[in-house]
Design a protein around this ligand. Structure first.
Ligand code: ADP
Ligand code: ADP
Length: 228
């Protein structure tokens, strides 16, 4: 599903964030990305949704060759790769419904299709009763659930989550994990960066450790106890 071959990423300021990294992730996997701050985790994930381009090496996601693809096809890639952030990034002037619908309108769906799908994803994250509320009327956990609903509205094959529980308390984080596991069980590949060792050790999945732009460990499900 996702393949990186000998990828390096050097930012404009000369910092090498990713260093000759190769990895393969299959459709349907759930992968944690862990490692110290500044190790390159966010950059590793930004390469997957073409927020940054590799300086060297090749990245492919599904049928997309990140290096070679045309700019005009980026919206098609983004339909295949949903993204969730630590700080939710909901649009504050739009309701829950509108935040999700907006992500779909970009893809020219009919009003009826959009309404049906918004209802479906809100049910999945158990927020169907908050459809007309604004982000600032919701708790952090609820906002993250809206962000997840928005990220999966277009039925992406991959969900990239950059520290999705970073701002949430343990109980709320557990709720987010259950939702991510449900989405994964439906076949969506999940790549999740996290500093939360409790989550990594409780909900066992493949663990990729990144340090100084390199993969220093890559352990199958349950094979690794991660210490923060
Ligand atoms: P992590 O997610 O593990 O904290 P990042 O991928 O955010 O790591 O950062 C890796 C390195 O690249 C850090 O040294 C960071 O300062 C640098 N970096 C990240 N984004 C940029 C950017 N847009 N421009 C320049 N340097 C960046
Ligand atoms: P996160 O905490 O989610 O990993 P970062 O702190 O890496 O996020 O990045 C936040 C924003 O700042 C991003 O848009 C990133 O591109 C930018 N950025 C991060 N580090 C640097 C840096 N050293 N120089 C310039 N921009 C950076």
């Amino acid at each position: 599903m996702i393949e990186m071959k000998n990828v390096s990423k050097v930012y404009g300021n000369g910092i090498t964030a990713i260093h000759d990294l190769s990895v393969q992730i299959e459709q349907g996997e759930f992968v944690y990305v862990v490692g110290p701050s500044g190790a390159g985790k966010s950059t590793f994930m930004r390469l997957m949704y073409r927020e940054v381009l590799p300086t060297k090496g090749t990245v492919s996601v599904g049928d997309f060759d990140i290096n070679e693809m045309k700019e005009k096809n980026v919206p098609f890639l983004r339909r295949q790769v949903g993204v969730v952030f630590q700080d939710f990034k909901l649009l504050p002037t739009l309701t829950v419904f509108e935040n999700i619908a907006y992500a779909m309108e970009v893809l020219e769906k009919s009003t009826r299709q959009i309404e049906a799908r918004v209802e479906e994803v809100l049910k999945l994250v158990k927020l169907e009763h908050k459809t007309d509320m604004y982000p600032n009327e919701l708790s952090g956990g609820e906002q993250q659930r809206v962000a997840i609903a928005r990220a999966i509205a277009n039925m992406p094959r991959v969900l990239v989550a950059d520290e999705p529980t970073g701002n949430l308390d343990p109980d709320t984080s557990a709720g987010i994990m259950k939702i991510l596991e449900t989405i994964n069980a439906q076949g969506t590949t999940i790549i999740m960066a996290t500093h939360n060792s409790e989550i990594v050790n409780k909900y066992k999945h493949r663990v990729i450790v990144i340090d100084d732009g390199r993969i220093t460990r890559d352990e199958e499900k349950g094979g690794y106890t991660y210490e923060n």
